[in-house]
Design a protein. Structure first.
Length: 180
């Protein structure tokens, strides 16, 4: 199995991981998975409820378990939760079991895309902009460090971003084949 068999999408909430991931999976004829949806399926509870009952630490434990399972699959495009990269164990699993794509979008775009969302526990604050800015500031270096590929998602259609990722994956695979 080549690392390119699996594509793992990382990035902040609102970057387009799930939407673009579905397009990418269809384009590459791979199975699409979303770690947040899988967590909800397995627990029978929404992520906000898990946060409320177990706190962020409880949620992160569940997230790591689900990521470990999903990254062991083959021929998958996986959209991860925005904070999945906070765990060193998760970052190692992502990097060793597939190609990691960082979906980047500026703060303004993320705020616009998440403005009506009541499903994101970390954004249920009085100043969503400040909260999102702080989250970005702490996670941005980790996203970049973890990623094999970086793509810009703002002001672009999901299909066009998916095509760009597919081109970059092809180039990466060519480079890996040449190196071996």
């Amino acid at each position: 199995m080549s690392r390119v068999d699996n594509i793992f999408l990382i990035g902040p909430m609102g970057a387009g991981k799930s939407t673009i991931g579905r397009h990418l999976a269809e384009l590459l004829d791979k199975e699409f998975q979303d770690s947040d949806h899988e967590i909800e399926q397995r627990t029978g509870a929404s992520i906000p409820l898990i946060f409320e009952i177990e706190g962020e630490a409880g949620f992160r434990g569940r997230e790591s378990s689900v990521l470990d399972d999903l990254t062991r699959k083959s021929n998958v495009v996986l959209a991860t939760g925005g904070g999945a990269i906070l765990s060193d164990v998760n970052r190692r699993a992502l990097r060793s079991r597939g190609v990691v794509v960082y979906m980047h979008a500026p703060l303004e775009t993320l705020l616009q895309r998440t403005r009506r969302d009541r499903h994101r526990p970390l954004l249920q604050t009085t100043d969503r902009g400040k909260t999102l800015e702080e989250i970005l500031k702490s996670r941005e270096p980790i996203y970049r460090q973890t990623a094999d590929i970086v793509v810009e998602t703002s002001h672009r259609s999901p299909a066009s971003v998916a095509r760009e990722i597919a081109r970059k994956l092809e180039a990466l695979q060519t480079d890996e084949n040449a190196a071996s």
